[in-house]
Design a protein around this ligand. Sequence first.
Ligand code: BTN
Length: 381
Amino acid sequence: MYNTANLDWVGRQLADLAENQRIPKGTAQRVLVLASLWCGEPISGEQLARNLGLSRAAVNKHVAALREVGFNISARPGVGYVLRALPTGLPPELVTFSILAKQEIGARGAPNVMGLPYYYYERVVSTNDVARALAEGGAPHGTVVLAEQQTGGKGRLGRRWWSEPGKDLTFSLLLRPSIEPRHSGLLVLAVAAGVAEALSTDLGLGARVSLKWPNDVLVDRRKVCGILMEAAIDMDRIQWCVAGIGLNVNSHPDRLVPEVERIPGREPPVSLADALGVEESREDVLSSVLNRLRLVLSELEHNVEGCLQRIRILDGLCGRTVEVRTAEGGLLVARGLAAGIDEDGLLILDVGGAIRCVAAGEVTVVSWQEKPKHRLGSVEL
Ligand code: BTN
């Protein structure tokens, strides 16, 4: 956990990130000012300047810039600066600090780059479109584009994605994973597993969290997060991949989706605030998710089996009777007992004793009543 005694370590991480062009130098300095004020103790401008190796004028300028993006910092003569309140938005300074504060303080090696560079917008059509353009322009693995509002948020299968400005998290993560293209089906599941682990472990939702193949995260069997993956894949490598993540944090999504777009018979979506009964701090949720994604995606690159294991533990469909259709209300692809996820990320179905693997589609759970588990090959059912 971060405290101001860790300032040296944070300073080194920030210097490294700035040198590697993950964050602008000015942002790195403002994050350092923020880190110095974090514990809420007063600190004089002179002391700050001395500690951080900056001029007094530079400290004043950075404090003014932090106030500009919504930090409430008071200044009293003879007392110093005090951090009173955080912004309601998610400016780069707050997100960068939150990412670093969640890391194992003192850890050696390269700093976390999942989430940096970080592009923050008030309003865009779709963060996936912005991230795609950045990918095509050569932006690095780990880049994040986050918007408070999307005027054309995209869901899977041509649907819209609805979220409440300032209340939820809508962002896209650019990945350039070193994995074989045949494992690309696992990528969306790995991203879903990273989000799910953040919710179950860091937010304490535990076993209430599960995955619904191929791209949904559920809490109490209701959708809390959807993922839209877009990628450019060559014969032998994944050039880039954009994982668009819509996570309901503090909205009431059951009221957000227009009547005409609701899916009859489907449980309404849920938010973390609905599930936990209290509002969550979005920067905390975002940095937990990004830190979990760093771990899970690195495991996918170095230990596919281990990553698959994580995904299978979270699989909420296994043992249920399901229907897979081309789209909601579309053609029936298969109906059977969900029997796990194979090593390429396909859904395994037991269709009257015959095994079928499905690569894509929309799943509806016909019955949540769990069937007795049995073992099929290497997959435990
Ligand atoms: C789905 O469940 O259908 C996938 C929803 C994905 C929504 C996110 S919000 C951020 C990113 N930008 C978009 O336009 N869509 C994704």
